[in-house]
Design a protein around this ligand. Structure first.
Ligand SMILES: *Cc1c(COP(=O)(O)O)cnc(C)c1O
Length: 399
């Protein structure tokens, strides 16, 4: 591991995290489902409009809880993109079901909604759309297909907190949605996640599954005089230590999102020149999308160029990275999953994609360095810093 002067991610702390952890310690409640957990869940319910939010210990746990609630069984099929993080698929594979991988759209790199219908069989139970980079999938079409075929929709909204699609928060379209608070995500508590439930009929069972299969939640509310084992379940809550940390991030969410978007736009404006020259393709944000600056990627002409640019940047101490190795091409993906239809866009995009460093606190000066190195790679000089970027740099230098 080399140390990079400019890492690709750096978790941001608002400054209130330690104080809230101390408050959790003083309250004498460190396990899950305490006062901070409730604050976080309320915030998620208010900002997403979901019926109920459950704070869990990872985005992966949220997906697994979602798969349990959907009663996914061995032999069932679940449609998802291959271009995603591995646990979108493992959540389903753990239930003995088969992930059915479909291609992505070349513009947003989100699941190609026109490929979904062809992938549906009598065994299909659910669709898991992934809102890549906080840019929403075509949820209206996906919802209509799901309703037509009586399928459930579990949004993988791990990238998508504080992002909207057609004026509605991502996470509010599916029967459920999974969020992640891993340190690489927009809001973090180190490891954490949430399951947002929009489908009222799933709430009561979620309370039981969250509480290790018992009706402890009803007991605490005084709705039953003793609590007992009722169903399957597991330990899903995160601790109050994580929830208190996360609360500080939620209080700062608007500011964190704005700062991320500023960094995102700085790259986007400056890189227009390279796109015009045909060297790269920049992210496409449809008019339906109010994204959250989760990540900034560029697409290179081919894999060789992508790998050479990765090398060039990393040698200069700039930690550019790539993702995802398509799940259908991985050993376990071949064993547990199946491809439906053409998967060409997925294969092609994953070999050409490069992520630039992006985190809250990244300075415009540092971004300028990333940009200069990228321009230099293409034999271009950065004489053409856009007017808005030049103004931002000016402000930063004056600080
Ligand atoms: C991060 C991520 C997850 C998993 O979240 P964890 O909190 O790391 O378990 C799932 N899906 C996607 C698309 C992600 O980016």
């Amino acid at each position: 591991m080399t140390l990079h002067r400019i890492p690709y991610n750096k978790p941001y702390v608002t400054g209130n995290e330690l104080g809230y952890i101390e408050a959790a310690i003083n309250a004498g409640h460190l396990s899950g489902n305490g006062a901070f957990t409730k604050k976080c869940q309320n915030w998620l319910e208010e900002t997403s409009g979901c019926r109920r939010a459950f704070l869990v210990h990872s985005g992966t746990a949220a997906l697994e809880l979602g798969a349990l609630l959907l009663n996914i069984q061995p032999g069932d099929e679940v449609i998802m993109p291959s271009f995603t993080f591995v646990t979108t698929a493992t959540a389903v594979v753990l239930r003995g079901a088969t992930p059915i991988f479909v291609d992505i759209r070349p513009d947003t790199l989100n699941i190609d909604e026109t490929a979904i219908e062809n992938a549906i069989t009598s065994r299909t139970r659910a669709i898991i759309p992934v809102h890549y980079a906080g840019i929403g999938c075509d949820m209206e079409t996906i919802r209509a297909i799901a309703d037509n075929h009586q399928l459930s929709v579990l949004e993988d909204a791990a990238h998508a907190i504080c992002a909207d699609h057609n004026g509605k928060p991502l996470g509010s379209f599916g029967n459920m949605a999974a969020l992640s608070f891993h340190e690489t995500k927009n809001l973090t508590c180190g490891e954490g996640g949430a399951l947002l439930i929009n489908d009222e009929s799933l709430i009561e069972r979620a309370e039981v599954l969250m509480e290790k299969g018992t009706d402890r939640t009803r007991f605490i509310l005084g709705l039953t005089d003793k609590y007992t084992w009722r169903d399957i379940g597991s330990s899903f809550f995160c601790s109050e230590i994580e929830a208190s940390f996360l609360w500080a991030q939620m209080e700062g969410a608007a500011d964190l999102t704005e700062r991320r978007l500023n960094n995102w736009q700085f790259y986007h404006d400056a890189l227009e020149t390279l796109e015009d020259l045909g060297c790269i393709r920049r992210p496409v944000v449809p008019a339906s999308s109010k994204h959250n600056g989760h990540l900034y990627y560029i697409l290179l002409q081919d894999e060789t160029t992508r790998n050479r640019l990765l090398d060039h940047l990393n040698k200069l101490g700039i930690n550019a990275v790539f993702h995802y190795i398509p799940l259908h091409s991985a050993p376990a993906g071949q064993k547990f999953g199946k491809v439906s239809g053409s998967i060409d866009v997925t294969n092609e995009v994953s070999s050409r994609l490069l992520r630039l460093p992006l985190w809250v606190g990244l300075t415009y000066e540092q971004q300028q360095e990333v940009l200069s190195a990228t321009f230099e790679f293409f034999g271009q000089t950065q004489s053409n810093v856009s007017a808005s970027n030049a103004a931002k740099l000016e402000v930063e230098r004056a600080r």
